[in-house]
Design a protein. Structure first.
Lengths: 313, 530
């Protein structure tokens, strides 16, 4: 097991190297020039060139790539072209809101979707099952920003129960922190809930047909015990896989959700950096997202051993 | 008590241990002004970049020797006054007493001189000034002296420039930074201090009232002239990119001021009696259609003139601000409507009856034979995007062999610098907009310049426009300036470095309990909560 974890962690190195090369090359060939944006309309071509030089953007591809990789190996993601702040500092400023949003969304989604899927499988063919599936279709079909606007309109603008926008750090109190995350987490979680609920239902339906479930019933086990102890544990592997895959969904959705609810997270940072062509920031954030995704996949693989003892690494 | 208050109160008991440490230290809400600015503040050096948001940030924390009033007349601001000698070739400016930087240091002439020199390297008005300056020297801590080759009547106007980039005064150690590199700190002597520890680009910018700021003793606040008295202890800029969210935040009272709501949001906000929709600047912005003069088809003056009968300024403006005629201006020429140099010389081709057929006939006469042309424009900035859509429709209806390329602004900014022909990735037309300050006079009005390869993108060569611009700098009085302005417009409407496509007001949404706002820009002195 330990050897497997070490092997997997080491395997992230070539993955990250490929991501780094890909991101850097893509940005290198992408149109746009931060020096022109900075210099403004009135600048002469010479002014733009001087700014380009001062930012090191005039250097050849290999020199720039080599310098960037060298800095990364020293733990330095570079400095933002525009704000002059270290990328690490900017990521630190933005990571808490994104992690908070994803954490609350994950907890909310799992705690709603799994019982929904279990109940739908248990009551298959009834109105409960159809309602759950109807909700799942809605969750898939309605874009995150539409759900966000609707929630903000009803719960913030009309009822004045929750704030429209913003983020309050956890260090400023549990409720102020949570208050700002309720609506974004519901909006972001809608697709996620739909996804997990559907996969839970499908897997549970399969498991509930198994002989050992019939045996459990014959032995007089209660319905709750059958559903949540016997069936759900055996259905967990595909569900956990979907939860893991869904992290990517959350990262993508966070960009939109953070825009709609003005949450200063990594998603907004990425979009802003792309629009400005702030290369060091884009590179840093994409590398971070890739790293997180690789780690999540590793964690999911390790979780399999908890739910299915037959799986050994 | 509403539901939200109840929830808050209940949660407060349970979460007492985690109660906000900072909240106890925060000033009363009435002393805090929260605004959603026009854009995200990324760069803090208003000399290094010309972004409008950085200029506005500059007005918060820096001060300049002179300010301009609403009539664009220079008034002493950091300066106590000046003495002109030697037929105006020697000008000595004295600083007011008691001026301090935010780090506690006194403002001295030793700070002002490198600040002005750095500004002169980057700003076009400053660069013009540099051509007549022999030297700027420190006389003593409070006096600096300009030694000029000849009298320069617009010296104080240059030093009081409001828009990109004003001649802000920085501490000497920062002012000596290479003008092509960003200063490392944001320390000025203006009415507000920048809170670097609370700066989160893309989320929040915080300013604190500078207790040691000494406003000008007399006069009335007018644009950047007059006393700058801060009535708020703290000003917060909240970056909200989504217009609907910003509007909702204004309606719920989470913010006080939304600087640039788009027209559809303005309609929504007009229904709220606590919110006023008003022009942030009584003078409008102007939209322009810029030609690339280097390549066919618009390297031919006749082709540029051919499309004039089809240009309806009303169409372009309504695409930006909607159909309310109070919000836009037509029959607009070179200079900002409502300013002293605005005139009607040479406007005939744009003000007569509009005719697509006439334009097509002129295109045939000019020898248009289906050469490819490319219109480039952004999708992510309201006014240029709307004007580009109107123009795209127009060029299609005129029968141009048009390639319409719509991208994000960052790509447009790069692509427009290409001097290549269309078949090698170049461009033929683009649309953008300029502030009232940019088009108030020829000093900052760079789209009208005709200095060929050195001109702004499009690179028109019109020597007469350059001669007239030079003559304007030496104009002895307003009447002479106006004569030159009329001739400039006549020449420009014939040579067409660009076509003005109308002017429009930038409307802002602000809580009605905020009064005494200084019109012109998002300025935070004088404004107070009723």
């Amino acid at each position: 097991m330990f050897a497997y974890v070490v092997r997997r962690v080491l395997a992230t190195i070539p993955v990250m190297a490929v991501v780094a090369l890909f991101v850097f090359s893509l940005l290198y060939i992408a149109p746009g020039d931060p020096a022109a944006v900075i210099a403004g309309d009135q600048a002469t071509p010479e002014d733009v060139e001087r700014i380009r030089q001062s930012l090191g953007l005039d250097r050849p591809y290999l020199v720039r790539f080599g310098a960037w990789v060298f800095d990364i190996l020293r733990g330095d993601l570079g400095v933002s072209i525009f704000t002059n702040l270290p990328v690490v500092t900017m990521i630190k400023q933005r990571i808490e809101p994104t992690l908070s949003l994803m954490l609350v969304t994950l907890i909310l989604a799992v705690s709603i979707a799994i019982p929904m899927g279990v109940v739908a499988a248990w009551k298959v063919g009834t109105w409960i099952d159809r309602s759950v599936m109807g909700f799942a279709v809605l969750g898939f079909s309605v874009p995150v920003f539409v759900v966000g606007y609707l929630l903000a309109y009803v719960f913030a603008l009309e009822l004045d129960w929750l704030p429209v926008q913003g983020y309050t750090s956890f260090s400023e109190g549990l409720w102020p922190w949570f208050e700002n995350l309720i609506l974004p987490a519901i909006a972001l979680g809608s697709v996620y809930i739909a996804l997990i609920a559907r996969i839970t239902r499908a897997t549970m339906l399969e498991v509930l047909q198994q002989d050992y479930i019939r045996t459990a019933r014959a032995k007089g086990a209660g319905q709750t015990s059958i559903l949540f102890l016997h069936a759900l544990k055996n259905a967990a592997v595909p569900i956990v896989t979907v939860i893991g895959i869904g992290i990517a969904l959350l990262i993508g959705g966070a960009v939109v959700t953070e825009s709609v609810f003005a949450i200063p997270g990594l998603g907004r940072l990425t979009v802003d950096a792309i629009l400005r062509r702030d290369y060091p920031v884009i590179q840093g954030v994409v590398l971070l997202f890739s790293f997180v995704y690789v780690l999540v996949n590793l964690a999911i693989d390790l979780l399999y051993t908890l739910f299915d003892p037959r799986i050994r690494y | 008590m509403n539901r939200r208050d109840l929830l808050r109160a209940s949660a407060a008991a349970g979460a007492a241990a985690a109660l906000p440490r900072a909240s106890f230290a925060q000033p009363a809400q009435s002393r805090v002004l929260k605004m959603v600015p026009q854009a995200n503040l990324t760069s803090l050096d208003p000399i290094w970049t010309t972004a409008n948001i950085t200029r506005n940030h500059g007005h918060m924390i820096y001060d300049s020797l002179y300010g301009l009033d609403a009539q664009f007349r220079p008034q002493p601001q950091m300066a106590e006054g000046h003495v002109a000698e030697n037929d105006g070739k020697t000008v000595t400016i004295t600083l007011r007493e008691g001026l301090k930087f935010h780090d506690g240091e006194r403002v001295r002439a030793q700070d002002a001189v490198p600040s002005i020199k750095r500004w002169m390297r980057r700003n076009p008005f400053g660069q013009k000034l540099a051509t007549v300056v022999d030297d700027i020297e420190v006389v003593d801590d409070r006096r600096l002296r300009f030694r000029l080759k000849r009298a320069f009547p617009l010296l104080f106007k240059a030093l009081g420039q409001v828009s990109n980039s004003p001649a802000f005064i920085m501490p000497q150690r920062l002012a000596e930074t290479d003008p092509f590199q960003q200063v490392r700190e944001a320390i000025g002597s203006g009415p507000f201090k920048f809170k670097a520890d609370e700066f989160n680009s893309g989320s929040r910018v915080v300013y604190e009232r500078f207790a040691d700021y000494v406003p000008v003793a007399n006069g009335t606040p007018s644009l950047t002239a007059g006393p700058k008295v801060a009535h708020f202890d703290r000003v917060e800029w909240h970056i909200i990119v989504d217009a609907a969210t910003a509007a909702a935040a204004l309606q719920t009272g989470e913010i006080d001021w939304y600087e640039q709501p788009p027209p559809e949001i303005q309609q929504l906000l007009r229904r709220n009696r606590q919110i006023a929709i008003e022009a942030i600047d009584p003078l409008p912005l102007t939209g322009i259609l810029r030609f690339n003069h280097l390549h066919a088809p618009f390297n031919d003056k006749k082709m540029r003139q051919a499309i004039l009968p089809a240009i309806s300024q009303e169409d372009f403006m309504q695409a930006i601000v909607g159909t309310d005629p109070a919000t836009y201006f037509t029959n607009v020429g070179l200079f900002t409507p409502g300013t002293p140099l605005a005139n009607d010389a040479g406007m005939g081709p744009l003000t007569g009856p509009r005719s697509l057929d006439r334009a097509k006939a002129l295109m045939r006469e000019a020898g248009y034979t289906n050469q490819p042309m490319r219109l480039i424009g952004p999708t992510d900035i309201l006014a240029p995007s709307a004007m580009t859509q109107v123009c795209a429709d127009l060029v299609r209806r005129l029968g141009f062999n048009a390639d319409i390329v719509l991208t994000d602004w960052g790509t447009v900014v790069q692509r427009r610098t290409s001097r290549e022909p269309v078949d090698k990735g170049g461009w033929s037309m683009l649309l953008t907009a300029f502030s009232s300050f940019d088009f108030a006079d020829p000093a900052a009005h760079f789209p009208v310049r005709g200095n060929g390869a050195q001109a702004w993108v499009g690179w028109p060569t019109v020597p007469r426009l350059e001669e007239l611009r030079d003559a304007w700098f030496d104009a002895p009085d307003l009447a002479a300036e106006q004569r030159i302005a009329r001739e400039m417009q006549t020449v420009a409407m014939d040579e067409l470095p660009y076509v003005p496509v109308g002017s429009y007001l930038s409307l802002t949404a602000i809580k009605r309990n905020l009064t005494n706002r200084v019109p012109g820009l998002a300025l935070f002195w004088n404004i107070r909560r009723a």
